[in-house]
Design a protein around this ligand. Sequence first.
Ligand code: G6P
Ligand code: MG
Length: 215
Amino acid sequence: NIKACIFDLDGVIVDTAVYHYKAWKRLANEMGFDFTERQNEQLKGVSRMASLDLILGWGNITNKTSEEKDALATQKNMWYIEMINQLTPAEILPGAREFVQICRDAGLKTAIGSASKNTPTILNKLELTQLFDAIIDGNSVSAPKPDPEVFLKGAEAVGVAPAHCVVFEDAVAGIEAAINGGMKTVGIGSIDILTKAQIVVSGLDKLTLDMLAEL
Ligand code: G6P
Ligand code: MG
C-alpha cells in the first residue's frame, strides 16, 4: 500500500520543458547550429551539464574546455531564469495542484524529486512550496537519474520505505530511477515512450487515488 507520493517537477507539475528548450536553442544558435524539438525530448530529466554535452555533440563541437562548458551552462541558465521568473500559478499543469492536495487529504506524504537546481524558484513562483513535505532537487543530489538517489532521499525525508512510495515521472530516465529504487511508478505522458511505467496517464488530471491502489 502507498504511503508517499514523490513527484518529478518539470513535465509533471509544470511544463518548463518549453523554457529549457528555448534557452538551449538560443545557446546552440549562437554557436552556429540548431536542434529539433524531437532531439529536445532526449533532454528531459537530464541534468544541466549532461544536457550541454548532448547538445554540443549534436553540433559536432568537441573543442570546449570544462571552463568554457561551465560558462555556456551558466549563460543558458541565466536565460532560463529570466523566463521562469515570469512563471505564475496559471502555468501549473492541469490537475497537478488538485492531485497533490488529494494525496495530502488522504494522509499520504508528498515530496518533490527533481534534477533541477532551479526547483526552489519554480515552486515559489507557482506558490506550491507548502504542498510538499520534502523537496529533493539538483542542489542536494549528486547521482543523476536513472540513479535512484533523488527518490531514495525523498523517501527517507518523509520516513517511508521505498516499497510504499509511488513516483510520478515524465522522463524515461526518471521511471528507471524509480524502478531502480524499488518504488512504484506512474508515467506522465505517452505510453509509447514510458513503456516501463506501471500506469501511464497524459496528466495528473487523469489520475485518481483508486488507480494507485492497484499498483
Ligand atoms: C529537469 C529537466 C531537465 C533539466 C534538469 C536540470 O530534469 O527535465 O531538462 O536539464 O532538470 O535543470 P536545471 O534547472 O538545474 O538546469
Ligand atoms: Mg521531468
